[in-house]
Design a protein around this ligand. Structure first.
Ligand code: NAD
Length: 317
């Protein structure tokens, strides 16, 4: 647990002028998660320079006191630490190892913290490629969703060499409340794959419970309140049930991204020679939702599929 875990981010941001040496932090990928993470680093007093594939996200960072880079290469030069928060394994691989990418422009000793959710084997490969060039690489995927990113309360599972993880910790403590070193390079991604397995299964069961309760004519608001207080309670139920009840599926976490993550966990399970029967089933349901054109919705839209399979599409609130 981070030693600053209990302090709200606003309180931390107000602590004097920020880091004494005003370390320079490059953040590449300023989307739903990377945008607010960069904003919290600015609020904590870091000199944050941002790069994103599309410009409006960079402009938002500049409005908050950050600086704009025109390319990943420009962001990386002179940075003490580079944080990447982009969608998928090929995105991180291209950014890290590309011709004019991070490692081509970084100096030995620079620290790369990849917060994206990617394949553990790709994380290990990138860490090894960084090490060859003297660049310290840490995989630090996050959980906690958009609200966790905004509030600076993410749960962060960190893989890497102990000294590199300690070097990354001050930055991770700004964006997260629970920062745990879980093992060598790639281990953070393995834990994140398990996280995505649990979250997908949990959402699916909350969706099934809601459709079940509605079919019985039960008022789902008090039903969810009492379920939340017992063994059925979960962070998924607390943060997703209200949106599911009102069919509000603005992401949040896109179905497309969870589909990617179910691919990661099913492949990693196969690689380890273990089976995840329920997880594999939910992976198919996430794939079906995506195939129906719902890839841009929040993953809580799994409820739509349960309704459809039950012959109840469009019967909700
Ligand atoms: P997003 O699509 O909102 O943001 C990704 C951003 O990266 C976009 O703004 C895109 O323009 C930018 N980008 C992509 N490739 C780039 C490149 N080469 N150079 C510069 N910018 C680039 O995605 P997100 O929801 O912020 O998710 C990012 C990562 O975090 C994913 O791996 C996701 O699985 C993970 N994650 C997301 C959530 C969530 O709730 N959204 C929670 C935990 C983890």
């Amino acid at each position: 647990m981070s030693e600053r875990a209990s302090e709200p981010v606003s309180q931390r941001a107000g602590e004097g002028a920020g880091p004494a040496d005003r370390a320079k932090v490059a953040v590449i990928g300023l989307g739903i998660m990377g945008g607010p993470m960069a904003a919290n680093l600015v609020a904590a007093g870091y000199d944050v320079i941002g790069f994103n594939r599309s410009r409006p996200a960079v402009d938002r960072l500049v409005e908050l006191g950050g600086r704009a880079a025109e390319s990943a290469a420009e962001a990386v030069r002179d940075a003490d630490v580079v944080i990447t928060m982009v969608p998928d394994s090929p995105d991180v691989e291209a950014l890290a190892l590309g011709e004019d990418g991070i490692y081509a422009n970084a100096e030995p000793g620079q620290l790369h913290i990849d917060c994206s959710t990617i394949r553990p084997d790709v994380a290990r490969r990138i860490a090894a490629a960084g090490a060859e060039r003297g660049i310290r690489v840490v995989d630090a995927p996050v959980s906690g969703g958009e609200s966790g990113a905004v509030e600076g309360t993410l749960s962060i599972m960190v893989g890497g060499e102990p000294a590199d993880v300690e070097a990354a910790r001050p930055y991770l403590d700004v964006v997260g409340a629970t920062v745990v070193h879980v093992g060598p390079p790639g281990a953070g991604q393995t834990v994140k794959a398990a996280n995505q397995l649990i979250v997908a299964g949990n959402i699916q069961l909350v969706a099934e419970a809601l459709v079940f309760l509605e079919a019985h004519g039960v008022d789902t608001e008090p039903a969810m309140a009492v379920l939340a207080g017992g063994l059925a309670g979960s962070t998924v139920l607390n943060s997703k049930a209200a949106g599911m009840r009102s069919r509000e599926f603005t992401p949040g976490f896109r179905v497309d991204l969870h589909h990617k993550d179910m691919g990661i966990v099913t492949a990693a399970a196969r690689e380890a020679g273990v089976v995840i029967p329920l997880g594999a089933h939910v992976a198919q349901l996430v794939g079906a939702l995506r195939a129906q054109g719902h890839g841009g919705l929040d993953h809580s839209a799994l409820l739509l599929l349960v309704e459809q399979l039950s012959g109840r599409a469009g019967t909700g609130d």
